[in-house]
Design a protein around this ligand. Structure first.
Ligand SMILES: Cc1cc2nc3c(=O)[nH]c(=O)nc-3n(C[C@H](O)[C@H](O)[C@H](O)COP(=O)(O)OP(=O)(O)OC[C@H]3O[C@@H](n4cnc5c(N)ncnc54)[C@H](O)[C@@H]3O)c2cc1C
Length: 396
């Protein structure tokens, strides 16, 4: 089907333009349409983390993040209480829109292989409990009982009961259909090249013509930085190319979302029986492009580690492997109005952004429609980034 062109729209003006058709943009567009706004969603096509991700519903702090970005852990901790709510919100959202996301909340295990790694989990779990999470520590005997699929190297683990999984491709399709039913106009394969502030609102210059909007939400993942830059705003989103694999279908084997206390991995089995193996192994950017491509070293490293942790995976064939582009800021979401630019909102969910997608979209919809989000939004305000920029410029 050929894309809707902006110059073919009955009206070249809209109440709200949402830029980016990943999980955040789709949910946000739908919530705004539910509240009576005329919404146009514009998506460039190409790489989207929402179509590439692993479908893990994360709650406990990921050891990978703590290891790679120790300076961002304090910021991340501020968002931690949102994660269990985000998982609950997925369930509520699924019910409200009459969808089936193949969601299962059967708990997540972070596995330690040594007493030192277990000690790391003891400290981590203590901090997580202080921050309101419900987690417990399991010893080898407990693991043999509840996770017999784990190999002999498993020494102990941290269990977070409200972690889980869903099928992201199914979710994306169902959320998109819901948004369309609510009247959202979706313009596909159209890149917004720049924004220009007018009074009131903004003009969007796109590859398919221009559009005016009273409010704009930028849910464009790594594309957000250039868009904000075009209007003089600062949103330092960095792209992070990541690797993924999936196996052929197998009988039920792995109940939990499985991670490692020190090494990058997530493992889970979908309701189709396929095992999804990911967890942050790097991919590359294609030369001269912003498109992610597979690094063979990650393919080998990621599946070898998976097989080491769950030995019976050795029987299964990998049937597909791919790369996706994640968005990183400072460990926290960036949610809300840009300083000095009334009507322009950032909607960047934060680490494990698929888990956070629908909830963070609803929080931004609340801010954009003058409702109380019921959550202190200060930690996610884009204002902090401007303050950081000013401090960096002042050499502090
Ligand atoms: C390989 C991988 C595995 C992951 N696994 C998990 C996981 O298991 N669990 C989890 O919680 N999170 C996971 N994540 C993170 C999660 O997928 C993302 O945080 C989340 O999907 C971000 O959603 P989004 O809507 O903000 O952005 P995206 O899904 O990236 O969507 C942004 C959209 O904006 C569009 N766009 C960009 N610039 C423009 C422009 N100028 N004009 C128009 N459109 C534009 C893009 O085409 C894209 O469609 C993973 C990420 C990757 C890459």
């Amino acid at each position: 089907m050929s894309p809707i062109r902006i110059d073919e729209l009955p009206c070249r003006q809209t109440d709200v333009a949402v830029i980016g058709g990943g999980i955040v943009g789709l949910c946000l567009a739908g919530f705004l349409a539910q509240r009576g706004r005329a919404v146009t969603l514009i998506d460039a096509g190409g790489s989207s983390a929402s179509t590439a991700n692993a479908g893990s519903l994360h709650v406990q702090m990921q050891s990978r993040f703590m290891r790679l970005f120790p300076q961002r852990v304090a910021g991340f901790e501020q968002q931690l209480p949102l994660y269990p709510r985000a998982v609950e919100y997925w369930r509520e959202f699924e019910r409200d829109i009459g969808a089936d996301f193949e969601m299962k909340v059967s708990g997540g295990l972070m596995v330690a292989e040594t007493p030192e790694q277990f000690e790391f989990l003891v400290t981590k779990s203590r901090r997580e409990r202080e921050l309101g999470l419900s987690v417990e520590l399991l010893e080898r005997g407990d693991l043999e009982r509840i996770a017999p699929y784990l190999g002999p190297a498993a020494y102990g683990a941290e269990l977070c009961a409200n972690e889980g999984k869903l099928n992201p491709l199914r979710c994306n399709a169902q959320v998109r259909a819901w948004a369309v039913r609510l009247g959202v106009t979706i313009v596909d394969r159209c890149k917004v090249e720049r924004l220009c502030a007018i009074s009131p609102g903004f003009t969007l210059a796109t590859t398919l013509g221009s559009l005016q909007a009273r409010q704009v939400a930028v849910a464009a993942g790594p594309g957000a930085r250039a868009l904000m830059d075009s209007v003089g705003a600062f949103l330092p989103v960095e792209p992070e190319p990541l690797h993924m694999n999936i196996t052929e279908a197998a009988p039920p084997l792995i109940l939990h979302l499985v991670q490692h206390a020190e090494r990058s991995i997530t493992l889970k089995q979908l309701s189709t029986g396929q095992v999804v193996i990911g967890g942050g192994w790097p991919a590359k950017l294609a030369p001269g492009s912003d498109y992610p491509v597979v690094d063979p070293a990650s393919l080998i490293g990621n599946v070898s580690l998976a097989q080491y942790m769950v030995p019976s995976l050795a029987q299964l064939q990998i049937i597909r492997t791919w790369a996706g582009l994640n968005s990183k800021v400072d460990g926290r979401g960036v949610l809300g109005e840009m300083p000095g630019l009334p009507g322009l909102h950032a909607a960047i969910p934060g680490d494990a952004g698929y888990t956070l997608g629908p909830l963070t979209a609803r929080l931004v919809a609340d801010l954009m429609t003058g409702r109380d989000p019921g959550v202190d939004m200060q930690p996610y305000s884009p204002m902090r980034l401007q303050e950081e920029e000013l401090r960096a410029l002042a050499g502090q």
